[in-house]
Ligand binder design. Structure first.
Ligand SMILES: [Zn+2]
Length: 276
């Protein structure tokens, strides 16, 4: 009996401390997350993403950008295919016919406008990596602080060109970064696809925790089978990064949202609808 009372008292004490803790902490950081259409395309041969497997099979791809409303301001993850592609009737044809030919059914600018968000409202941004289907509109936000891994920033481009404009404000990272200092938006270093590839962990108040893949993996089948793209900068790093994401999903009871996976995205709410 005495033991039961003791336990009840402990539970009550515990229950009473919870509201006090909540009162001390800030409001939940992330309020909303919008998925924006940042391109649609068709891959000529998906064995490009898994050598020897799925030879000759084509697949529709999507390209997503994610706009996050945090109590401290707007944060944009990835910028997609350049808006200029919207005006090209045949879209962007790749040099390698196995790769993705991209179209831009909607511009990023128009989707932001629909939400009443001006490009200058976006104070911070990050890109998963510097392939053209992710950095197409970085300079629509010339004053936004860009979070990028140092290894990606300093990775020489074609003809030794810089990957970003020197005048663009930048925070060069060497590993993970809690962007707002409250654990609600965390950049995860997931190198391999490119030298400084990164993914994003987002804690939503109702939806729960999601990890935005970037191109750590391109579609579900390759995730389930842990397949690594031959053209990746580093195969072993890619496998280690996939494991890091898998461990994070378990630890945070998180969902994985795969940027280019059309089947998954077809089941998701697109902007102006949102996740909270
Ligand atoms: Zn991509």
């Amino acid at each position: 009996m005495k033991r039961t009372i003791g336990l009840t008292a402990m539970l009550l004490a515990g229950a009473l401390t919870i509201p006090a803790t909540q009162a001390q902490s800030e409001k939940p950081g992330v309020e909303k997350l919008y998925i924006l259409n940042c391109g649609e395309g068709t891959a000529g041969d998906i064995s490009r993403w898994s050598p020897g497997i799925n030879e000759g099979k084509s697949m529709d791809f999507v390209d997503s950008c994610y706009l996050i409303k945090h109590a401290q301001g707007w944060f944009l993850w990835d910028t997609g295919i350049p808006d200029a592609v919207a005006a090209m009737p045949d879209g962007l044809k790749p040099a390698d016919p196995k790769a993705v030919s991209w179209k831009r059914p909607k511009t990023l600018a128009a989707q932001l406008d629909q939400l009443g968000v001006k490009p200058s409202d976006i104070k911070a941004m990050a890109v998963s990596h510097t392939h053209p289907d992710h950095i197409g509109n970085v300079e629509m936000f010339p004053a936004a602080m860009l979070y990028v891994q140092k290894a990606e920033y300093e990775w020489p481009g074609a003809n030794n060109q810089a990957r970003f404009k020197a005048e663009h404000p930048v925070t060069k990272l060497e590993g993970d970064r809690d962007v707002f200092g409250d654990g609600s938006v965390t950049i995860l270093s997931t190198p391999g696809h490119t030298p400084g590839h990164q993914s994003l962990l987002v804690k939503l108040p109702k939806t729960g925790t999601v990890v935005l893949s970037g191109d750590a993996v391109h579609f579900r089948d390759n995730w389930d089978n842990r397949r690594v793209l031959a053209m990746n900068a580093d195969k072993e790093q890619t496998a280690a990064s996939m494991q890091k994401i898998a461990d994070m999903l378990t630890k945070e009871k998180a969902q994985l949202w795969i940027n280019h996976d059309k089947a998954q995205r077809d089941g998701q709410k697109m902007s102006p609808e949102f996740y909270d």
